[in-house]
Design a protein around this ligand. Structure first.
Ligand code: J2J
Length: 529
């Protein structure tokens, strides 16, 4: 299927009809996500705990309606895009709900992103507005905002000359309901190319994503979900995440980070039952329980995903943290694999789960695109009721990222067990997975090439016991080699998010080449092994 005039690629009609007929897609909108039974029968139940704020379901619903009216008054309309770069705050949740109720799609950026990413996203999305915190430590979002190509800047905290998020508030008005087949939210892709990519998620596919996830993960009224990953990340937002909790009547507790110093006291105080983490946080927690004073015995389920969590470490979770472990192999592009709550331990610990939906189609293929024999390793291709059919406004990239019949090429190397569970064995895409944070090698290489002393650059991942991988930049330099601190300062000056900075640089005279003349990153990495 071809993209529509807005750059969104719809599902082909026959498949869309099937997803509706089989009940995967309904009319529920992202703005309707707050559980209706709780709103009616128990509106005082706590929906969201953020810092000193405790918002009931009724409070959150009302704040979202008031904020929606405030955004409309500001001039943001149905069909607009708004780049949202908010931390784990009540403001994030209220802003998200307000925008999806209007049908203005939030473009969810991470707090760590800087001018390089945000400027580009505003342009690519044609954003009408930008919402951010005032600062993040020493970094001032307001300074960055002054140069952004948007009409409105909304700031949570000290807004200076901009509109304060608290003032995006007005008496609720009647809002025309968006069409469930239209884009409700844009997620950011981990990326493999020079520039970030946007993933359009429709109301109906994302509602299915979060509701089906909540069911598989057993979320419900007594779930207390601690958010330690950025709320803007697909995992923490909708797998089942914040939205899955609100849809099933549980309580969301926002933490500023996954550090045991911040997360453990919240687990103890709020009696949190579930948390989603990336492997480095899981490792930290496994270690921290031995010295931490807090009682974390309320935890029932630790979801671990974003990067491979080793079976030996997963096996330690029940004994050490006193809860079940669930492996999650997901992607903002769509497909989610979960180990199931009743899986035997060897599957829950030793695999990355199996597809969420009976309608998820999986192929595992060799270099020629042919299916591999059962149990063999190959590239994972997928399509289904919540997997994108094209990145937003990226026709050339789409031609490479999808098969002609619409399967998304994940770039992940997997093998499938007879049970249907997948084991992630590696990656084909040119990306470094730094403890769940994704770094596009090409994006970083392009920034490095802009340095006057750099003649050529090749970025590879090196194995790391804590992070899974760390980023190493191999450089061919013109005369004197820049130091790592100089390179970081240079990249900071270019406005690149710090998690994309190299952890290490190595200068070389020339790059090893493959027979067809491409830089052999395998050989580069092997040199340091
Ligand atoms: C190995 N690699 C994994 C895992 C993701 C839930 C969980 C994670 C993400 C996510 C997500 C992995 N083992 N358990 O969106 O909803 C790598 C793969 C994948 C890429 C996607 C969610 N879990 N990965 O990580 O869009 O390479 O989503 O293709 O950030 O992370 O990255 P991202």
């Amino acid at each position: 299927t071809e993209p529509d005039q807005n750059g969104f690629t719809p599902w082909p009609e026959d498949l869309a009809d099937r997803y509706i007929a089989e009940g995967y897609w309904g009319d529920r909108l992202l703005g309707d996500v707050l559980n209706g039974d709780v709103l009616r029968d128990d509106p005082g139940r706590i929906a969201l705990v953020a810092g000193d704020e405790r918002l009931s379901y009724a409070d959150l619903d009302r704040r979202a309606d008031r904020a929606a009216a405030g955004w409309l008054r500001l001039g943001v309309r149905r069909g607009d895009r708004v780049v949202v770069q908010l931390p784990n705050s009540a403001g994030f949740v209220v802003t998200f709900l307000a925008l999806v109720r209007i049908g203005a799609a939030p473009v969810l950026a991470l707090p760590a992103h800087r001018e390089s990413e945000i400027g580009y996203l505003c342009e690519l999305a044609g954003a009408r507005a930008y919402a951010a915190a005032d600062r993040d430590g020493a970094f001032d979002y307001r300074v960055m905002a002054r140069a952004l190509p948007v009409e409105h800047v909304v700031i949570e905290g000290d807004a200076q000359e901009f509109t304060a998020l608290a003032d995006v508030d007005a008496d609720p008005v009647e809002i025309e309901r968006p069409d469930p087949a239209t884009v409700g939210v844009f997620l950011l892709s981990g990326g493999t190319t020079g520039l970030p990519k946007l993933i359009p998620r429709t109301h109906r596919d994302y509602v299915y994503n979060l509701e089906a996830s909540a069911e598989v993960c057993g979320f419900g009224g007594r779930t207390v979900y601690l958010v330690v990953l950025p709320a803007a990340h697909n995992f923490a937002l909708a797998c089942p995440g914040i939205l899955g909790v609100l849809a099933t009547g549980g309580t969301v507790v926002l933490a500023p980070s996954g550090s045991p110093d911040e997360a453990f006291p919240l687990i103890e105080r709020e009696r949190a039952t579930v948390c989603a983490v990336v492997p480095p946080i899981a490792l930290l927690w496994l270690d921290a329980v031995s010295w931490a004073e807090e009682d974390v015995s309320s935890l029932e389920l630790l979801q671990v995903g974003g990067a491979k969590f080793a079976a030996e470490r997963a096996a330690e979770v029940p004994g050490t943290l006193g809860c079940r472990v669930q492996q999650v192999f997901g992607m903002a592009e769509g497909l989610l694999n979960y180990t199931r709550l009743d899986d035997p331990r060897e599957l829950a610990e030793g695999t990355q789960g199996r597809p969420l939906s009976p309608a998820d189609e999986i192929r595992i293929v060799d270099g020629d695109g042919a299916d591999v024999a059962p149990g063999e390793i190959g590239e994972l291709l997928t399509r289904g009721p919540y997997t994108l059919r094209g990145y937003y406004r990226a026709p050339e990239h789409n031609a490479r990222s999808f098969t002609p019949d619409g399967f998304y090429r994940t770039g992940d190397l997997v093998r499938r067990l007879p049970s249907g569970h997948l084991v992630v064995e590696g990656r084909e895409k040119d990306q470094i997975n730094r403890g769940g944070d994704k770094v596009s090698a090409e994006e970083l290489e392009n920034h490095l090439l802009a340095h006057p002393a750099v003649h050529d650059a090749a970025v590879v991942g090196l194995p790391d016991p804590m992070m899974g991988e760390r980023t190493c930049a191999f450089l061919v330099v013109r005369d004197t080699a820049p130091t790592l601190p100089e390179i970081k300062e240079f990249l900071r000056g270019r406005g690149l998010a710090a998690y994309k900075f190299p952890d290490r640089i190595e200068t070389v005279d020339t790059f090893p080449r493959t027979p067809v003349g491409k830089i052999s990153k395998k050989e580069l990495a092997a040199r340091l092994a």
